[in-house]
Design a protein around this ligand. Structure first.
Ligand SMILES: *Cc1c(COP(=O)(O)O)cnc(C)c1O
Length: 371
């Protein structure tokens, strides 16, 4: 059996005919930039997540950069985010001239509110929780810290479309949130794509200008300096087709997570993410299935020899561990996690037989634990 970590071709094959027939009229009409399909997709995302505004962008990195800009965060300002995230989260802050300040993580691999609180200074303008692996942080605690200190929350919910905390979706907790449609994300397109969600009318209006060269409603007059970061109409068309299946996709991911839980929970040498449904405040969508494993590197190599692809997130390092970025911080929980963390395959191309095979090989690697 050959089980790559992710099957990029599946993103297309899964709904091949439906996608091709939706695209043909778009190509024929030449509906390529800011057409109705984008407005329709934006309104579907707004409704799905439960916010007033959704604004399509070129990718989620741009989306974060645009929010930070629209919020007026710039040189000298600090934004606190976890070190266990993609470089894009911090780059969006850095590229606005502001300073990313890295926090440690808690037992669920998400940012630790206590660590966030300890890093607040008079220059702190915002917290950027990262809703990693398709799970939402404890937004009650982060919300309290933000309110107490008069600072904003900007959510990097790139990995968490449809994930909930206390019944509320990722992307609705702060000033604004973002989603990524990078192919390997839960709702993947055929290239780059992103979305901003917000309930704030003024921020939404400003971001709509910023993402389209600063051009506004009246005959496209330039109202301010902007840039170009629009979601392609072609991608909006593809995503409208994919949205129809999305609720099912989430359920399938949760089913796979439940299978992993059932077959791996007895192995003492590994630690699994919370099982779906096991914590009533959280509805996780399992963008990733991130385990901690004793002897991680040997397990990874063993699985590779068995034809099973796994990865360590971000190429194996948390942000503060990239020496060239110049972060000077001590984040013991994150350091510990990065010796043990591993992503098992988690996507809807996986069959039950494949998940069983992955579990059987892991059980073989830790032989004492076979039940
Ligand atoms: C994927 C990802 C991004 C960036 O998304 P792009 O659409 O590729 O720009 C940012 N943050 C996190 C946590 C991500 O996983």
């Amino acid at each position: 059996m050959k089980i790559p970590f992710f099957r990029y071709g599946h993103v297309f094959r899964q709904q091949q005919d439906e996608i091709l027939s939706a695209l043909l009229p778009i190509f024929e009409k030449g509906s390529f930039i800011l057409q109705n399909d984008i407005l329709e997709f934006e309104s579907q995302i707004a409704k799905f997540v439960g916010v007033k505004h959704a604004i399509g962008t070129g990718n989620a990195t741009d989306a974060l950069e645009l929010i930070i800009k629209a919020a007026g965060i710039g040189p000298g300002d600090e934004v606190i985010l976890p070190s266990h995230t993609f470089i894009a989260s911090a780059a969006a802050i850095h590229n606005n001239g502001a300073i990313p300040v890295l926090a440690d993580i808690g037992g669920d691999h998400l940012v630790d509110p206590a660590s966030v609180e300890s890093l607040i200074t008079p220059r702190t303008k915002a917290i950027m929780p990262v809703q990693l692996n398709g799970r939402v942080c404890d937004m009650d605690r982060l919300g309290t810290i933000a309110a107490k200190n008069g600072i904003l929350i900007i959510e990097d919910s790139s990995q968490a479309l449809g994930a909930k905390f206390k019944g509320r979706c990722a992307g609705t907790f702060g000033l604004a949130g973002v989603f990524s449609f990078y192919p390997a994300k839960v709702l993947g397109c055929f290239g780059d794509g992103g979305m901003i969600t917000t309930d704030d009318d003024a921020i939404a209006a400003k971001i709509r200008l910023l993402r389209d060269h600063g051009r506004g409603g009246h005959g496209g007059m330039v109202e301010m300096w902007g840039r170009n970061s629009r979601l392609d109409n072609i991608h909006a068309t593809i995503m409208l087709v994919k949205m129809k299946r999305y609720p099912q996709e989430i359920l399938r991911r949760r089913e796979i997570a439940a299978k992993y839980e059932k077959s791996l929970k007895r192995i003492k040498e590994i630690r699994l993410p919370p099982a779906p449904g096991s914590q009533k405040e959280h509805f996780d969508i399992f963008q990733n299935y991130e385990i901690q494993a004793y002897n991680r590197d040997a397990l990874k190599e063993f699985l590779a020899n068995e034809g099973i692809g796994t990865i360590v997130q971000w190429g194996g390092k948390a942000l503060h561990q990239f020496a060239n970025l110049g972060f000077q911080c001590h984040l013991p929980n994150t350091d510990k996690l990065f010796k043990k963390c591993l992503l098992l395959p988690m996507n809807t191309s996986l069959t039950d037989e494949e998940v069983d095979f992955i579990c059987s090989r892991i059980n073989l690697f830790f032989p004492r634990c076979i039940s």
